[in-house]
Design a binder for this molecule. Structure first.
Ligand code: 4NP
Length: 155
C-alpha cells in the first residue's frame, strides 16, 4: 500500500514542489506527500516564485515548502518515489541502495499513462507559460495517480 509518496526533480524548486502541492490537495492527511531534489543547490529555499505564482492561481499554496536534497533514508521512508524525467529516474536508480528501493522508483508520466515514457519538461529556463503547461500536465497526471493510490488503499 502506498502511504508515503515522494516527488523528485532536479532542483526541488520547480516541478516536484508543484507535484507535491497538487497531490496533497487530492489526498487526505492519511497520506504523507513530500518532495526532494537530485541536487542540493537550492536547499532551504522556497520554490521558484513562478512555480508559487502558478500554483496559487489554481488555489494551491506551495510557498511554505523548502527545497531539500534526496537522502538514502528517503528510499526506506517512502513507498513510492516519482521521478519527473528520465534523467531523474536514472539518478534515482543509481542512488537506490537495493532492489526494494529500486522498485519504489517510477517515472511519473509512465505511472499515470502506461506505455508512455514522457518527461515533465523542466520549466526553469522557461517563462510563466511553461510553468502553466507543467501545472496542467501534473494536474492531469496526478488526478489519475491519486485515483490509483486510493484504489490500492481500499484493496
Ligand atoms: P526543477 O528545475 O528540477 O524542476 O526544480 C530546476 C531548478 C533549478 C535547476 C535546475 C532545474 N538548477 O540548475 O539550479
Amino acid at each position: 500500500m502506498t502511504k508515503n509518496i515522494l516527488m523528485v526533480c532536479l532542483g526541488n524548486i520547480c516541478r516536484s514542489p508543484v507535484a507535491e502541492g497538487i497531490l496533497k490537495s487530492k489526498l487526505t492527511t492519511d497520506y504523507y506527500v513530500d518532495s526532494a531534489g537530485i541536487g542540493g543547490w537550492h536547499s532551504g529555499e522556497q520554490p521558484d516564485q513562478r512555480a508559487i505564482k502558478t500554483a496559487l492561481n489554481y488555489g494551491i499554496d506551495i510557498s511554505k515548502q523548502r527545497a531539500r536534497k534526496i537522502t538514502i533514508a528517503d528510499f526506506e521512508k517512502f513507498d513510492t518515489i516519482y521521478a519527473m524525467d528520465k534523467d531523474n529516474l536514472k539518478e534515482l536508480l543509481h542512488l537506490a541502495p537495493n532492489d526494494t528501493a529500486k522498485n519504489k522508483v517510477k517515472l511519473l508520466l509512465s505511472a499515470a499513462y502506461p506505455n508512455k515514457n514522457d518527461d515533465v519538461p523542466d520549466p526553469y529556463y522557461g517563462d510563466l507559460e511553461d510553468f502553466n503547461s507543467v501545472f496542467t500536465l501534473l494536474e492531469n497526471a496526478l488526478e489519475i495517480i491519486a485515483t490509483k493510490i486510493k484504489k490500492t488503499a481500499n484493496q
